[in-house]
Design a protein around this ligand. Structure first.
Ligand code: FES
Ligand code: FES
Length: 156
């Protein structure tokens, strides 16, 4: 199959790849770049487990083609840990027990990060609205909402 050359930034690293036109961003991240934080769950854009940040917005990487990522600035959960220090969201998810199986966690954190980046003092309602399309089958959501709220205090 014919391949396409695409150049983008992942976690501040310039990346140039030759990809097939139907390769998803999730496949590229997990299988070529060894960034396995984003998970494949539904594979059809419904659950949010594969969410990464692209140009400041949360994007479901299972339904995005890598060939469309030319020039994009991509951040995955692996890119949040700077100089050995966890992002406040990573820290509060652990502290509040907002992680059980962990399958939804990176998607939740990346979705919440895009909220805190533009509004570092969100109301509980805003937090719930933001994460409402990310599915968690384990925690019952309360601890996740609390963790995002606590992280907002650390980023405010
Ligand atoms: S795996 Fe991508 S939205 Fe569910
Ligand atoms: S912690 Fe298991 S799906 Fe959310």
């Amino acid at each position: 199959m014919e391949t396409v050359k695409v150049a983008f930034t992942v976690n501040n690293e310039e990346t140039v790849l030759q990809v097939s036109p139907n390769e998803t961003l999730l496949e590229t991240l997990r299988e070529r770049l060894d960034l396995t934080g984003a998970k494949e769950s539904c594979g059809i854009g419904s659950c949010g487990a594969c969410t990464v940040e692209v140009n400041g917005l949360p994007l479901r990487s299972c339904i995005v083609l890598t060939s469309e990522m030319q020039g994009a600035d991509i951040t995955t959960v692996e890119g949040l840990n700077r100089e050995g220090k966890l992002h406040p969201l990573q820290q509060t998810f652990m502290e509040e027990g907002a992680v059980q199986c962990g399958f939804c966690t990176s998607g939740m954190i990346m979705t919440a990060k895009t909220l805190l980046d533009k509004n570092n003092q969100p109301t509980q309602k805003e937090i719930i609205k933001t994460i409402s399309s990310n599915v968690c089958r384990c925690t019952g959501y309360k601890k996740i909402v609390k963790a995002v709220g606590e992280a907002s205090k650390k980023t405010a």
